[in-house]
Design a protein around this ligand. Structure first.
Ligand SMILES: [Zn+2]
Length: 241
């Protein structure tokens, strides 16, 4: 077997073998998993995270997960295979082969991405009791960066993350109202209306210099944590009520 999408858990009940249109074989195991009481050891760690292009996830606690290189390499490989395809004569055998080759590149990248997402989701689910994310449908960059955002598969990752968190006994929250996570200063709460998507670092009128993604992650964490009532999470400059 070339790769396993994830570890096999529990007792194997059925095994199904399927072949896809590219001729690759898949072995599916269906397993019975005992209902275990949740033995999760609470890590005491919670964080907010912001999705980005270079850094896949930037966390409010200072850690980050970079985008794996194969994202970029994959895009190059797709471009190369696409060029080859368009250079072949329509209806020819070579064109058929080139089309298969392109489909294979797409599939390899999708598999790598899925594998990466599963491993990352599992790791995060064990690391954090509560993880706060933005609602991706509302994220302005989804609209602005369109295709690139789709390539990175943020939504696919979120779909994988939820069940992994459920299994590990951790909780993923999406902050449920739009608020200016990138444009708000996490130190004083002032909103910088002039902030541009290109601005990776910026200085607030209060003097604090922000890394764009880290500042957003901090705001996401505070917004989410305060809605859950997890301790004092007001921006440090805010007036206590
Ligand atoms: Zn400020």
């Amino acid at each position: 077997m070339d790769s396993t999408s994830r570890e096999i858990e529990g007792a194997v009940k059925t095994v199904t073998i399927k072949r896809d249109p590219l001729g690759d074989l898949y072995v599916f195991f269906s397993c019975e998993i005992e209902d275990r009481p949740n033995h999760r050891v609470v890590s005491g760690e919670s964080a907010g995270a912001d999705f980005g292009l270079k850094t896949f996830l930037t966390f409010s606690d200072g850690s980050e997960e970079v985008s794996p290189l194969f994202y970029r390499e994959g895009r190059k490989a797709i471009r190369r295979a696409g060029k080859k395809l368009s250079s072949k004569q329509k209806g020819s055998n070579n064109r058929r082969k080139a089309r298969m080759a392109l489909a294979r590149v797409h599939k390899r990248i999708a598999n790598q991405r899925r594998d990466h997402h599963f491993k990352l989701a599992r790791r995060l689910a064990l690391r954090y009791d509560h993880l706060f994310l933005e609602d991706l449908n509302l994220k302005p960059m989804q609209r602005l960066w369109g295709k690139k955002v789709g390539d990175l598969g943020f939504s696919e990752f979120v779909r994988i993350l939820h069940p992994q968190a459920g299994k590990a006994g951790s909780v993923v929250h999406h902050i449920d109202r739009w608020f200016p996570s990138s444009r708000m200063c996490s130190a004083c709460g002032t909103v910088n209306e002039a902030l541009d998507l290109k601005d990776r670092r910026w200085r607030c009128a209060c003097g604090t210099v922000h890394d764009r993604d880290r500042n957003a992650a901090l705001n996401i964490f505070r917004e989410g944590a305060s809605s859950l009532g997890l301790g004092d999470v007001r921006p440090s400059g805010a007036i206590a009520v």
